[in-house]
Design a protein around this ligand. Sequence first.
Ligand SMILES: *Cc1c(COP(=O)(O)O)cnc(C)c1O
Length: 372
Amino acid sequence: MDLCERSPSYIRGIAPYQPGKPISELAREMGLDERKIIKLASNENPLGISPKAKAAVKKALADGARYPDGNAFQLKAALARRYKVPEECIVVGNGSNDLLELVAGAFLAPGRAAVYSQHAFAVYPLATEARGARGIVVPAKNYGHDLPAMLAAITPEVRVVFIANPNNPTGTFVPGKELEDFISRAPRDVAVVVDEAYTEYLPPECRYDSVAWLKTFPNFVLTRTFSKVYGLAGLRVGFGLMHPQVADLLNRVRQPFNVNSLALAAATAALDDRKFVAKSTRMNRAGMARLERSFKALGLEYIPSCANFVSFCLPRRNGESLAGAVYGKLLRQGVIVRPVAGYGMPDHLRVTVGTPKENEKFLKALRAALDG
Ligand SMILES: *Cc1c(COP(=O)(O)O)cnc(C)c1O
């Protein structure tokens, strides 16, 4: 078709994002009862939405005919209090995905490049390629970020570096000191984006104060999300912290009403729901230990994870990975996990830590899939 051929070749070359299979879709495809399906495919909070957020959404719905506050006054005020940063340093987004796109929109273009790691989050290549910029993929080290190699990969055309800590889908983690060292060595005219979507799940001994780095590094952009531990993935809200001049640029490419009013209300309330966050991380830690024990008992290798999911490795039979077959067998038992072949990990599957009941159902289905 003529029209589509007029689309820039870098757009036509984009490989579409493959999301986790929705529960309703599996129910339709296999004739299963939705209530019997468990989805452990998208790192969502198995406890659902924070109760405080739910109440706030109900209240905000009454004003649904009004445009949302395009400056997100209340949410920014709450974030400024929590992180002790000026409001001019905050940009809110339709999920933190939006922030990644805004950074790409502000700094990338044809002739420019972004650096990210092999096995890194799929949105980095998507955001880069959509701007006609080149992605420089740095080989991973033990599935994690090889920061010295990433630093060495920064050429004069590089304008952005994307780093997820912990990373998805590997769950790998770089210590704060190493990350800070990386940012201090990166050229000042390169945006270093540290995507901390899972930071709330870090065990206490791994925590680090990245917010404090904003004072030292004007090219540092920190992104966080309400999609994971806060349980608001369906509402789409995240935020970035950065130098006010960088925030000003991002706000120019941002849609004026990029975050809807229900999401704004929910996020503001969820930020205060510390009990919910504590309960979520506690349950995650116990569930992760349970999954790790079971993988060991089953003789399956896994990548030690600091987040709310873990990628485990399936054996090969006749040179072919069992991952695809096991994924299918799990689906037929009503268990949705995530294939990660698209991340260059064809032997792995990624599973989100669920409630204790969901974890047991997954493990039972996994044992059956491996036996059958
Ligand atoms: C889930 C995830 C996000 C969050 O995406 P939202 O758009 O905020 O829902 C960001 N980065 C990584 C690495 C993720 O896994």
